[in-house]
Each structure stands twice: as C-alpha cells, then as structure tokens.
Design a protein around this ligand. Structure first.
Ligand code: ADE
Length: 223
C-alpha cells in the first residue's frame, strides 16, 4: 500500500509512523508513506499557502492551487482509480469497517487541512472521500491521517506477525477485548483470575468470551 500525504507538516507524520509496527511495515516494503509538502507548491517566495476568506469572517483558508499542484505532482504515480481522502470533521465517521475497505486499495492519497479549511473548489475537483476520525476539532488533519494510516496498515497482509494478528480479531466480531494479565501472579493484592492459571484452554476461551460480552455490554452497548 502506498500512502501519499499532502501536508504542511511532513515531519509530524514521520514522527508518529516511523516507529514500531508501522516502521517495520515500511522497512519490509509492505507500506510506503510519501509526504508531499504543500508549501513546496505555494508559488511564492514566502511559501504562503493561505489567504483571507471571501465573504469575510475569522481565520484563513488554504488556497486551492498549492493543494492541487501538490496532488498533480504525484498523479502520474497513482492508479487512475486511486481514492483521494480529505480528512475533515465534516466527513463520514472512520471505523474498523472503513479501515478494512481502505486496506484493499493500492494507492491512497490523504489531504490534511489547516486553518479554517481548504478552498472548496479543490475539494470538488480532486477529493473522492471525506473522512472524520471523530466528533471533535483537531488543529489539522495530520493526526487524523496518522490514525487512518495506522489502522489501515495493520490490516495489510504480512504487517502483523502471527502473535500480533490475534489482537484485532475480536474487534471484527464487534466485541471489545477481554482483559489480559501477565506476571506477577499477584499485584498490589490483586490476583490473576484463577481460570487463566488452570491450563484448561476450553474454560479459558469460555471465560474470555464471557468477559468480552460483559465488557462490551457495559462499556459499548451500541456495538
Ligand atoms: N481535521 C480536524 N478535525 C478532524 C477530525 N475530527 N477528523 C478528521 N480530520 C480533522
């Protein structure tokens, strides 16, 4: 999977994703994260990419040309069907299901907005999907792009090792994770549940499933 991220802050993406599992995925060639600095396409010596909104109002708006030109700089490297995703609080809500759909793609372009938004015309011109990671306002789309790249990358075959892949299976059946324990057997007077020490795999599986149901009912009945 090749991610192309149009951003004003490429180092924010690399700072978050050049570690741990997403770093290993890049090293193995399973994922590439290509950041395109929108400022390189500002077209002026001050590298300004924003301007005042027509109609007045607070804040600045990202000009359409630098966003469009940064997209055009990579367009030849993309499959014609490549999705262009704009991260915005007004997009449809990101979910595990959305992540699974995006994981089927070969190329994904992500656009990170800043200031009060991006000139609508470039959105109308190139964007295929608008995605929000939740009902709150971030200062920019970078953190949302990081969330999306992380969630999608771990679904790409080979990215997770055999041990790690077990960890996400339970979300796919719409249940939250059962609680996990490791050594010591007792911590500040709290003991590991007896059944987990029993070696009875059938009983352990049953206990874990019951806990997952219980926790989901308690914390996320909507699931
Ligand atoms: N940009 C700012 N806030 C956002 C959010 N909640 N989701 C996606 N992109 C955003």
């Amino acid at each position: 999977m090749r991610f192309y991220v149009l951003t004003l802050f490429p180092q924010v993406l690399h700072g978050a994703l050049d570690h741990s599992i997403t770093k290993r995925a890049q090293e193995q060639g399973l994922v590439s994260i290509n950041c395109i600095d929108i400022r390189d396409f500002s077209g002026n010596k001050h590298r300004r990419v924003d301007d005042y909104p027509y109609g007045g109002g607070a804040g600045l708006v990202m000009r359409p040309e630098p966003v469009y030109d940064s997209y055009m700089s990579i367009k030849d490297r993309l499959k014609p069907s490549a999705k262009v995703v704009f991260l915005t609080p007004s997009g449809r809500k990101f979910s595990q299901k959305e992540a699974e759909e995006f994981a089927k793609e070969d190329d994904l372009v992500l656009i990170c907005g800043h200031y009060e938004g991006i000139d609508q015309r470039v959105i109308d011109e190139i964007v295929t999907d608008e995605i929000s990671i939740g009902d709150y306002i971030l200062t920019g789309g970078e953190i949302a792009a990081i969330v999306l790249i992380d969630a999608v990358s771990r679904l790409i075959p080979g990215v997770l090792g055999a041990d790690e892949s077990l960890a996400f299976e339970s979300f796919t059946d719409n249940l939250l994770e059962y609680p996990q324990y490791t050594r010591p057997q007792e911590f500040r007077g709290r003991a590991v549940p007896e059944v987990l020490l029993s070696g009875n795999h059938k009983e352990i599986e049953k206990w874990r499933h019951e806990r997952a149901l219980e926790i989901t009912k308690l914390k996320r009945p909507d699931l």
